[in-house]
Design a protein around this ligand. Structure first.
Ligand code: NAD
Length: 364
């Protein structure tokens, strides 16, 4: 085996998962046939598909396979079929477990506006042209995991819902370090977002990020911003941002807002990274889109761009990643579109045709 041989764990998941993953596999096939890179794929189940087979959304054997892979490429999980199941056994719980077990604490979500899709944004072209933001969201801590949590019966006809926002210095530093490192390879600026004005956890976040910056990253520009202001600035003047680093809850919301600047959910990839050298997870930002599942309408580009991120960050194959991203740009420029990004004077194609168009571009 050469050092260019990798094992990629594939978890297609539910809904449109198998359709979009089919197109990513075409690209992997092309890479295997046309370069010195060999990507061996291994399929596993997650989400509803895993519930139907194993009775739980992420089986231990699948988790073990994920641990032993060089990287994981995931489609999407969820669907109404599993909507009534207990909270911690639902499809989405499989994804949360995977992130937690593999300690994937940094979620990278690029918001990139392709010139060909500039009119798909709800914002004016002059506001979003050339936009290239990277949101780094803390993924394994904060209010989604903090204890105590639950719903209490107060006994007087009232109930109380509790969640706890909690962060340690270690959790803040490791995600901030990822953001600073990435900023050095991009625009060299980090905006750190919290609510230090009203939350102690936010104050700690601000102090720890400042201390880390002082100690290790003085060459990178650092600015602090309250998360609500960041939401406003994303709509007012998004090109002021390079890398935004923020906690789990604010990151969930701000990255969705940033995503919509680009106009289409079907175009957005993501990466979830752990410690340097450990296995990472790549997936499109969108969900399982049950409304279009099986209809050949899904846009596979977010998954294909997630594969490109995987090549860049986990497999150290940046040249191939660039090649795939260039092919996506060229296909969009040629007017080839799936329904979600369709525009005047363009040619609407199916999920599978879009994958073929990328292959044809790579062949050139
Ligand atoms: P969704 O992202 O699945 O769909 C939202 C809308 O965008 C739908 O109209 C859908 O048709 C469209 N869309 C999404 N991806 C598309 C693509 N690739 N091409 C074309 N159109 C696309 O969000 P939702 O409807 O809120 O959730 C559906 C299910 O997905 C739920 O069970 C939810 O829990 C789950 N979900 C999973 C993930 C994940 O796996 N990471 C993320 C979000 C939602």
């Amino acid at each position: 085996m050469t050092s260019n041989t990798y094992t990629l764990q594939i978890l297609a998941g539910d809904g449109i998962g198998s359709e979009i993953m089919g197109e990513a596999k075409k690209i992997i096939g092309w890479i295997n046939s046309n370069s010195d890179i060999t990507i061996n794929t291994r399929d596993g189940l997650i989400g509803g598909a895993s519930i139907d087979t194993y009775g739980n959304p992420l089986d231990d054997t699948t988790l073990e396979q994920c641990r032993n892979a060089d990287a994981i490429l995931l489609g999407a999980v969820g669907g109404t079929k599993w909507g009534d199941i207990e909270y911690n056994l639902r499809p989405e719980a499989g994804l949360l477990k995977l992130r937690k077990e593999l300690e994937l604490f940094a979620n990278l979500r690029p918001a990139l506006v392709f010139d060909a899709l500039i009119d798909a944004s709800t914002l004016k072209p002059e506001i979003v042209r050339g936009l290239d933001i990277l949101i780094v969201r803390e993924l394994t801590g904060g209010v989604y995991f903090g204890e105590p949590r639950g719903i209490e019966d107060l006994g007087n006809g009232q109930r109380r819902g509790i969640n706890t926002q909690v962060y340690t210095t270690m959790e803040i530093e490791r995600v901030a370090r990822v953001a600073f490192d990435l900023a050095r390879k991009r625009g060299n600026k980090v905006t750190s977002c919290e609510k230090a004005n009203v939350m102690e956890s936010g104050l700690l976040w601000r102090e720890d990020v400042t201390a880390l910056h002082e100690k290790e990253f003085k060459d990178v520009e650092l600015e602090h911003m309250y998360a609500d202001n960041c939401a406003m600035q994303l709509l007012r003047n998004p090109s002021q941002f390079d890398v935004i680093v923020t906690d789990n809850l604010f990151g969930d919301i701000l990255s969705d807002a940033a995503a919509m600047l680009t106009g289409s959910l079907g175009m957005l990839p993501s990466a979830s990274l752990g410690q340097v050298g450990s296995v990472a997870l790549y997936e499109p930002v969108h969900g399982s889109a049950p409304d279009i599942a099986g209809l050949g309408k899904a846009n596979p580009l977010a998954t294909i761009l997630s594969l490109a991120m995987c090549l860049r960050y986990s497999l150290d194959q940046g040249v191939m990643a660039d090649k795939i991203e260039q092919a996506v740009k060229a296909v969009l420029n040629s007017g080839t579109r799936t329904a979600d990004i369709m525009a005047d004077n363009c040619r609407q194609v199916s999920t599978s045709d879009m994958g073929d168009a990328i292959i044809a571009e790579l062949d050139k």
